[in-house]
Write a protein that binds this ligand. Structure first.
Ligand SMILES: [Zn+2]
Length: 367
């Protein structure tokens, strides 16, 4: 193969069509890349079944019936999923390290005041790991693809609840803290949203591809997260001079900005919509969506930590501490409910239904 490249380079005639020659060199290099592929060859969009295709992504697909070993090895290959895996796996490791550092300063076992932060941190690591797992193993089979993305959705739902618990515990503005009804029902509504989010997003996988499915999938996450941030938006809008001394203010603003950006990237399929096939491996919207989400998550963590540290005296004085039953216990119960929901939806994935849901002829070029 190296000989082929040298021959191709040597044969470039300065007077000839150099562009065509350069394309040939690139093709040779791509050939070498695929020779060293750890997980097998890659496929074009027209070579994989419809349910494995991503909009405007034309190449870099893994085999739709990869083994678990191939899926793991593919994380070290250059495929259209590689950066989707790492953009969530590495932040999960970073958050774990961040938590270990925090645990040296705070007593997460005996101090109930820290439990909302504990719940939030674990729900953040949970969705990052679930997403990395889903992106790694979703090409094992059609059924596995559905189940791994059910897991991904459930973990995101848990994260929306983890954020609501932390916001309620540390971040509410004074006005909303004193509105007993709103304060009391905020977490209860977030529980309802979390379970509803899992149900709706899983159900959307049974819908025909199209705008309605996209709206349901996006709505399943936009609704709980929009609900969660209402107290923060209120606090940002009516902050007044408080923002000058409130060190969490900037980080709350950043997390709102990145959350909006993440939603926009997910919904728009930009930039690959403009240049299909040019961002197959690097820079497509799902990778950017992951990165924007993680940046928002980092800002969120910093803001929550600052609020937890800076507001403790006020919250204790006002007797506004969140009951322990609203933190660890609530998260444990909702996690169980979300897992049961996944199990129920998985039982609907019978052979006949999967066949009905396949929106394309079977892959006859893959092996
Ligand atoms: Zn993803």
């Amino acid at each position: 193969m190296l000989r082929e490249i040298s021959a191709t380079v040597a044969s470039i005639n300065v007077k000839g069509d150099a562009v065509v020659r350069v394309v040939e060199v690139v093709k040779s290099i791509q050939g070498i890349t695929s020779m060293f592929s750890l997980s097998g060859r890659l496929y074009r969009v027209d070579q994989v079944p419809g349910q494995f295709r991503e909009l405007f992504i034309l190449s870099g697909y893994r085999h739709p019936k990869s083994s678990a070993k191939q899926c793991i090895l593919s994380a070290f290959d250059v495929t259209n999923e590689t950066l989707n895996i790492w953009t969530h796996f590495l932040p999960a490791v970073y958050f774990a390290w961040w938590f270990v550092e925090l645990a040296q300063e705070h007593d997460f076992v005996n101090d109930p005041y820290t439990w909302p932060l504990l719940v939030f941190t674990f729900s953040s690591m949970g969705y990052l790991l679930a997403s990395a797992i889903a992106h790694t193993f979703n090409t094992m089979s059609n059924k596995a693809r559905h189940i791994f993305f059910f897991l991904d959705y459930a973990a995101l739902s848990n994260y929306s609840l983890g954020a609501a618990i932390a916001f309620r515990a540390y971040c509410f503005p004074e006005v909303l803290r004193n509105m007993t009804f709103y304060s009391d029902w905020y977490v209860r509504a977030a529980i309802f949203n979390s379970v509803g989010c899992t149900v709706l997003s899983c159900q959307s996988r049974f819908m025909a591809p199209g705008k309605l499915r996209k709206v349901c999938r996006l709505g399943a996450f936009v609704i709980p997260f929009s609900f969660d941030v209402v107290p923060l938006v209120y606090r940002m809008v009516f902050a007044g001079d408080e923002m000058l001394v409130d060190r969490a203010y900037m980080y709350h603003t950043r997390q709102l900005f990145f959350a909006f950006l993440a939603g926009l990237l997910y919904a728009s399929h930009m930039p690959e919509r403009l240049l299909p096939g040019k961002f197959d491996y690097v820079g497509h919207s799902h990778q950017l969506f992951h990165i924007a989400g993680v940046l928002g998550n980092c800002s969120q963590m910093t803001a929550i930590l600052y609020d937890m540290l800076d507001r403790k005296d006020i919250l204790v004085r006002e007797d506004r501490l969140l009951p322990w039953s609203y933190t660890v216990v609530t998260m444990g119960v909702v996690t169980m409910v979300n897992l049961i929901t996944i199990f129920v939806f998985s039982t609907y994935l019978t052979k006949d239904r999967l066949k009905l849901m396949s929106d394309d002829k079977p892959c006859n070029k893959c092996h």
